[in-house]
Design a protein. Structure first.
Length: 209
């Protein structure tokens, strides 16, 4: 397809109700440009709600993100939720590994709690994935780095720090959902936040705090 025909094709799409289609076209265009498919990188393709400059498709990702934001007003929330999702995956793995590695009778109760926490983190991941999809995004499969230690008390500290970061992030996400008027997402996040605060409190008790 020539640049001229491609431009006419994209401009002919009604952006109302076709946000996901437009995003798919943008991503496909990016791959074609990167593959050297012969598109004119100087062309500019404008639609009612987005301006797409092919010379930036494989370049500055921040400008691509801005285009996505115009197409999907939930994009910033989706990006934040994907960051939370990557941490939920990691939290579940970290809890399972710590519960297996901890030694000492004094830690028996908290290791049992850690396995409960791990199950709840997986449930959070399911809820967040569903919500990202509902908002028009794609759930990530990335996992943030995890921490471990040969010292049982240090592992509890690591888990508490993970939970404190989760609490901070979910408070931010709740604020985003509220600003968007997204009551459903806000409700889900508040329930998850309550779980994370309970996890942190369990860990604080185990540390004698």
């Amino acid at each position: 397809m020539s640049d001229k025909n491609f431009k006419a094709f994209l401009e002919g799409i009604d952006p109302k109700g076709n946000e996901n289609l437009i995003k798919t076209i943008i991503k496909g265009y990016e791959h074609l440009v990167e593959a050297g498919a012969g598109f004119d990188k100087e062309a500019e393709i404008d639609s009612e709600n987005a301006s797409i400059e092919p010379d930036n498709v494989s370049g500055d990702k921040s400008e691509i993100s801005e285009d996505n934001q115009k197409i999907n007003p939930n994009q910033a929330l989706i990006d934040g939720l994907n960051g939370d999702l990557a941490r939920e995956y990691a939290a579940a793995i970290q809890y399972i590994q710590h519960a297996a590695m901890m030694t000492g009778a004094q830690y028996m109760k908290i290791t049992e709690e850690m396995l409960v926490h791990a199950d709840e983190e997986i449930e959070h991941a399911k809820q967040i994935s569903d919500r990202i999809n509902y908002l028009g995004g794609v759930p990530t499969v990335e996992v943030v780095p995890m921490k471990t230690s040969s010292d049982s008390a240090e592992m509890i500290v690591q888990d508490k720090e993970f939970e404190e970061e989760a609490i901070r992030r979910y408070k931010e996400r709740i604020k985003q959902a509220k600003e968007l008027g997204d009551v459903g997402t806000k409700k889900i996040l508040m329930e998850i936040l309550s779980d994370e605060e309970e996890h942190r409190n369990d860990l604080m008790v185990a540390l004698g705090q």
